[in-house]
Design a protein around this ligand. Structure first.
Ligand code: ADP
Ligand code: MG
Length: 409
């Protein structure tokens, strides 16, 4: 794999590199199936979650932003009901046919399953598909909690869509991509990642209500920057630990609902209700529920603090979320804790916390404009000494969600 940690190439450089690769493919396969149109370009961003962690699968609130770390696909549609795609990062070409796509019949246990799964889920939703030959490149680090998987699904959904056919709105498209990841790839994720990649808006975070799949764009303060620090930590939250957290939440709901009619998700539980039912819950389940119930409140408070530019509140809310994920939900790690400790000691760092599912991956930081490099310097000077791991620091901006790249790029 090439390194996605290096600087972001310009849109023009990126488009040119992809087109060259695509043309080279077309030359070597002159006898292959005929392309039916000019090369096209689609893109889909990764995302960083500002706050609202592990709340999506509890029908709660999340506040991610789509970021300028993106997957791009250059492709030529063809008449065959097939996809052939090259990943430059993986240095691999993979293909699949639309016929016979089914979760149980996965052709390949590899990255192409995210694309094939998206095709399967789109067809299940009644959407027509087009075949293509394509080349993709990415600046979303893989497996670091910035949702390269959702970016791959959303970029694929744009390449696979038949132009002119009705396109579901971003929330519905996100649900289709989530189904691809849940059912076809077999990763039991919530809807946040796909939603953020689909619906992102430049300069904004998205307040997503995961109960009704609706969102509201929230402006990011112009004088605060988002900085993502990658712990480079190899142990990410694995599927077993993630699924255990999910079932602990489900058990909490079941036990609370026995006494509280109408409760179908932790979204329905407030702190008072949790307290009066605490004696019914195993201690560990009570702690998991406490995190979720309080985290939803922190999301709404963060939206208000962003609107008011209230630094003190932002710092307090991020710190409380991190502590809760560390102590109650138990999904932080020594590396994530060290990264946050280093960041909050840097003048100009307003707020810092772990982001994503946990155990490894990244922290998200809100930083006064102009203090970004001070944070980077502190991380580079201290983190590796403390943990033995090499960190990466990305200064990111909030961008629009997935779509076609205008051909002037
Ligand atoms: P995250 O979404 O946090 O980056 P995941 O484990 O959910 O991590 O998804 C990572 C997977 O997505 C990779 O293992 C690979 O299958 C696929 N993927 C991501 N980026 C690329 C890429 N540039 N080329 C091919 N596959 C990719
Ligand atoms: Mg993912």
């Amino acid at each position: 794999m090439t390194d996605a940690h290096t600087a972001n190439p310009s849109a023009t450089a990126r488009a040119a590199a992809l087109r060259t690769r695509l043309e080279a493919l077309s030359d070597t396969s002159a006898s292959g199936p005929k392309a039916t149109g000019p090369a096209q370009l689609v893109r889909a961003p990764g995302r960083v979650n500002l706050i609202g962690e592990h709340t999506d699968y509890n029908e709660g609130l999340v506040l991610p932003a789509a970021i300028d770390r993106e997957i791009w696909i250059a492709f030529q549609p063809w008449k065959r009901p097939e996809v052939e795609l090259t990943s430059i990062e993986m240095n691999e070409t993979k293909s699949f046919a639309f016929e016979g796509l089914a979760p149980g019949a996965r052709a390949d246990r590899s990255w192409i399953d995210y694309v094939a799964g998206t095709a399967w889920a789109m067809r299940e939703a009644g959407l027509p598909l087009r075949g293509f030959r394509g080349v993709m490149n990415s600046t979303v680090p893989v497996g670091s909690g910035l949702s390269s998987s959702a970016a791959l699904e959303m970029a694929s959904s744009w390449a696979l869509a038949v132009p002119g056919a009705p396109r579901p709105d971003a929330g519905a498209m996100a649900a289709i991509a989530q189904r691809a990841e849940n059912r076809y790839v077999g990763v039991n994720c919530g809807i946040m990642d796909q939603f953020a990649s689909a619906a992102g808006r430049a300069g904004h975070a998205l307040l997503i209500d995961c109960r009704i799949n609706q969102f509201k764009a929230t402006p990011m303060p112009a004088d605060l920057s988002m900085v993502v620090c990658n712990t480079g930590s190899p142990h990410r939250l694995d599927a077993t630990a993630y699924n255990t957290r999910r079932s602990e939440c489900e058990l909490g709901v079941k036990l609370i609902a026995e006494r509280e009619p109408g409760v179908t998700a932790l979204r329905d539980v407030d702190e008072a209700m949790l307290e009066r039912n605490r004696d019914r819950l195993p201690e560990i389940v009570a702690r998991r529920c406490e995190h979720i119930v309080q985290e939803d409140g922190r999301v709404m408070a963060t939206v208000a603090a962003l609107r008011d530019g209230d630094r003190e509140a932002l710092g307090r809310l991020f710190a409380a979320s991190h502590a809760s994920l560390r102590d109650l939900y138990e999904v932080s790690s020594p590396e994530l804790d060290a990264m946050v400790e280093i960041a909050v000691a840097v003048p100009g760092v307003v707020a810092s916390r772990m982001t994503g599912a946990g155990f490894g991956g990244c922290t998200v930081n809100l930083v006064e404009q102009g203090a970004e490099e001070a944070l980077r310097d502190a991380v580079l000077a201290q983190y590796q000494k403390r943990t033995g791991l090499e960190p990466h620091v990305y200064i990111v901006t909030a961008v629009d969600g997935a779509g076609e790249v205008n051909q002037g790029a």
